[in-house]
Design a protein around this ligand. Structure first.
Ligand SMILES: CCCCCCCCCCCCC/C=C/C(=O)SCCNC(=O)CCNC(=O)[C@H](O)C(C)(C)COP(=O)(O)OP(=O)(O)OC[C@H]1O[C@@H](n2cnc3c(N)ncnc32)[C@H](O)[C@@H]1OP(=O)(O)O
Length: 242
């Protein structure tokens, strides 16, 4: 009996140790990830400011920063993984919509359609994303090391009120300006007849994506408003499960 109890408490200790090691590893990984992402978006901010100061125009800016942007925005796919494996307490769906819409904007719109890269709307969403991500990733980093300055917490849960709609305007205007080029070139589209017997019209697809902002964006925005009430005003919020 005594040896059974001892065995039980040894198992419990071993389990606790394993949990501690796992949580230390998770914190170490997240700290590394958030520092890398903060640094990446800071590099982008400096590159954009330098470009504008030296050239006095936004023309050519996207080309100049595109490699760094593609790398760090694609790296953000790991955020969906973090939620899926339970490393962070965030909804996979909310994060998935946010990250996939950004990846889509970068790879399948701005990067693929050279004619729109100098649009002012591209600069708008680039600046908005950059400011948002520097704030967001530094918020996570300082939270993980338990040294969160209040102004970063304040900025994380207030700036989005203006930044989110501005980012959406930039993105929608960019997709809108891409429509004529997509229609003319027929890019990424599949016309019948073909051996797969399927058709796909990228022009229509882009219009559907634009329309999908109407139901999806409010969900992200209200999610952030709930997070704001929880973090800044200590309200207990019960979120629906994924
Ligand atoms: C095929 C194509 C599909 C296209 C679909 C198109 C439709 C698209 C419609 C929508 C379009 C949106 C366009 C977006 C534009 C912009 O981004 S504009 C710029 C403004 N943007 C923002 O302000 C972004 C705001 N978004 C976010 O912050 C996130 O992406 C979020 C997922 C929406 C919300 O984040 P969430 O994680 O839920 O909130 P937090 O309060 O920050 O975190 C919750 C808890 O999780 C912890 N955590 C999360 N991530 C980390 C991490 N990396 N490291 C450590 N910890 C993390 C966080 O600390 C919180 O912990 P607790 O406080 O303990 O709960």
């Amino acid at each position: 009996m005594a040896s059974g109890e001892e065995d039980g408490s040894l198992d419990e200790k071993e389990n606790n140790n394993k949990k501690r090691i796992r949580s230390a590893l998770a914190t170490a990984w997240l700290t590394f990830y958030n520092i890398t992402m903060t640094a990446g978006w800071l590099v982008l901010a400096v590159a954009m400011a330098k470009f504008y100061i030296q050239r006095g125009t936004h023309k050519g800016l996207y080309r100049n920063i595109s490699k760094t942007l593609k790398f760090f925005q694609t790296f953000a796919l790991l955020e969906v993984v973090h939620c899926a494996v339970g490393l962070v307490r965030t909804s996979v769906i909310v994060t998935g919509v946010q990250v996939s819409s950004r990846i889509f904007m970068v790879w399948f719109v701005t990067n693929s359609i050279r004619q729109i890269q100098n649009e002012e709307s591209v600069v708008l969403f680039l600046v908005v994303w950059t400011v948002t991500e520097i704030t967001r990733y530094s918020f996570y980093t300082f939270s993980l090391i338990n040294h969160l300055p209040y102004f970063i917490k304040w900025a994380r849960y207030n700036m989005f009120i203006v930044m989110y709609p501005l980012g959406v305007i930039g993105e929608l205007m960019t997709i809108y300006s891409a429509l004529p080029y997509v229609q003319r070139s027929g890019m990424f589209s599949l016309r019948l007849p073909n051996k797969y017997n399927v058709s796909f019209d990228y022009y229509i697809f882009l219009i559907i994506i634009m329309l999908s902002y109407i139901p999806l964006f409010p969900q992200l925005y209200f999610h952030m408003l709930r997070q704001r009430r929880r973090v800044l005003h200590g309200e207990v919020i019960v979120e629906k499960d994924d």
